[in-house]
Design a protein around this ligand. Structure first.
Ligand code: ZN
Length: 283
């Protein structure tokens, strides 16, 4: 099953033949919303709007652990994150697509791991994006006729405020291409849960580093967002058509040799809590 996490503007997917909506309880609390399960392009899809379908959850209050845990329990093996971002580069124009390849974490207050309270694990994150999803998303975006940037560094800030101009210039100096508030710890947690992760990012505007004659209004940003969402839907359909059933990447074994605590030293309640994630390593 393929998970699609929708960001700002993407609260439902047209054409998805809905089979059920699941309200899932997790040991980490409630996910952002009910998870919509259905079929699209002959693939099983689980869709979750990360801010809730009525956009009531700000980035710093998203329960990322519950979201990823719930998708894991449903049997999701791959996640495509569709995210509205700000562009930090002149050549990445609003309306283009960016297939993100790296992340920089500037968040401060978020629960970012499943592994604590008696269990220690360190998953690799040098390549945070699944190589299979990356390639297929890129090809699908190009074939959808969208100007697409292959690779890019996404900085995740805490929000909900945007950056000051001084910070915006700083991010550019350290090599950031797009800026958002939600992909971390989402991507960390997906890796910990051995779920493949990839991001289709759509710049709605230039961040405040860009000084132009044109005054950016909320209305313009919303217009751009609407156009982007139409593109995102097209790309997702092509992506679903192409993604093979079997995973050949290493994401599925991310926990192999990553859990430091020996099984006999892991508290029973943690074993129970994390069963969907670490169950196969406890045998
Ligand atoms: Zn993968």
């Amino acid at each position: 099953m393929i998970g699609i996490i929708g960001g700002t503007g993407l609260y439902s997917i047209e054409g998805l033949k809905i089979e059920e909506e699941k309200e899932i309880k997790t040991p980490f609390g409630d996910p952002s919303d009910k998870i919509v399960i259905g079929e699209l392009e002959a693939k099983k899809v689980a869709f979750l709007p990360r801010h809730g379908r009525k956009h009531t959850i700000p980035p710093h209050q998203i329960n990322f652990r519950a979201n990823i845990y719930a998708l894991k329990v449903l049997g999701v093996e791959r996640i495509v994150s569709v995210s509205a971002v700000g562009s930090m580069r002149e050549h990445i124009r609003p309306g283009d697509a960016v297939i993100v390849s790296q992340f920089i974490d500037m968040t401060v207050s978020r629960k970012r791991t499943f592994f604590e309270d008696g269990i220690v694990a360190h998953v690799g994150f040098a390549e945070p994006v699944c190589p299979e999803i990356f390639q297929i998303l890129y090809q699908s975006s190009v074939d959808a006729g969208v100007v697409t940037h292959k690779g890019g560094t996404y900085i995740c800030i805490e929000g909900p405020q945007f950056s000051s101009r001084a910070m915006s210039h700083l991010w550019r100096q350290i090599g950031v291409d797009v800026i958002g508030m939600t992909n971390l710890p989402e991507a960390y947690l997906a890796r910990e849960a051995e779920i493949c992760y990839g991001t289709l990012a759509f710049p709605t505007d230039y961040d405040c580093w860009y000084e132009s004659e044109e005054i950016v209004t909320a209305q313009m940003v919303i217009e751009n967002l609407k156009k982007n969402i139409e593109k995102a839907k097209k790309i997702i359909k092509l992506f679903l058509r192409r993604i093979p059933a079997e995973r050949k990447c290493n994401c599925k074994n991310a926990l192999e040799n990553s859990i430091v605590t020996a099984p006999e030293n892991i508290p029973d309640e943690i074993k129970e809590k994390l069963k969907p994630i670490i169950g196969r390593y406890l045998k």
